[in-house]
Design a protein around this ligand. Sequence first.
Ligand code: NAD
Length: 341
Amino acid sequence: TETDVTETAGLAKRVHELTARIEELREQYYQQNASPVPDADYDAMVAELEEIEQAHPELAKEDSPTQHVGGAVDTTTFDAVEHLVRMYSLDNVFSIDELRTWFSRERHAVPEGTRWLTELKIDGLAVNLLYRDGHLVRAATRGDGTTGEDITPNVRTLEDVPQQLATEHPPQEVEIRGEVFFPIERFAELNAGLVESGQKPFANPRNAAAGSLRQKDSRVTARRPLRMLVHGIAAWTPADDSHPEPAAQSEVYETLRDWGLPISEYYRVCESAAEVEEFIEYYGENRHSVSHEIDGVVIKVDDIAAQEQLGYTSRAPRWAIAYKYPPEEVTTRLLDIQVQV
Ligand code: NAD
């Protein structure tokens, strides 16, 4: 009918607007280390676009921002490097109801008694470390997931990142994924220093982490108190005598810890969805007890064989989900005031 045609034309226009705005915000976020709008507003735009695309598949473009990992490579400053294994984003839920729906779908696809590894979602930037025969040979940003920015000299300045794995039997080759963050307690001091020297302060610790790590001169990075926590392994090529490949996400963390890599102390293997909800509730109330910013909780199927069976969409694993906490207005405002010191 005529009404349908008008409605679809309106929606097509909205899809176009949302796509352009989301791509523009991504450019600012990943290339300029800036957050022009609150993360929750960005998330709402992505959610609206996803909703329209689901209801009207004919409007869903193959190159929609909902279908690819946000980010690109700044080749004027960095060399581009190919990740051995693709890096993905995470799908989100924004309420316990949405999380329950996710669990009910997931349960059909995983073996009975599956456990859920539940951990904090670190609000920093994703980094991929490559170790060959136990030596750190490369570090890169996520970029578009396939190609990232070579930031090896910068990452070498981080105390948390070992130049060599603490094992006599390292794999021939292994990629280790994690998050670099700026400790909250050092953020105000950084901004005060920047303002004093006539530079622009960062809007939040996440952008401070990205801005400090994505530097042309690694001496600048070396002066920033960046931290890293690792949360995944990819591209594992074992040496003949190396450790067998872990069978569970929790075993991955034990292996990473044995190798001298920094893993989060805040993770729990949950037996049930109810336990996962308890974890979410606890850190919803106690998020300020943690030294890094968190924007949610990540829930992963613990069993690696089940993860492999579930696989990936073009953008995210099907075996994990990020539960995002509602935004904290008060903190944002407090940080704004600090920014203007
Ligand atoms: P995401 O940051 O929501 O989730 C994916 C990332 O989470 C992974 O790449 C991984 O590095 C990280 N992560 C953190 N802790 C983890 C853990 N414990 N286990 C596994 N992964 C963990 O998704 P995204 O695609 O990188 O970025 C989208 C988000 O970036 C938005 O939700 C928004 O918060 C922010 N953003 C904001 C603006 C803005 O203008 N404010 C613009 C673009 C993006």
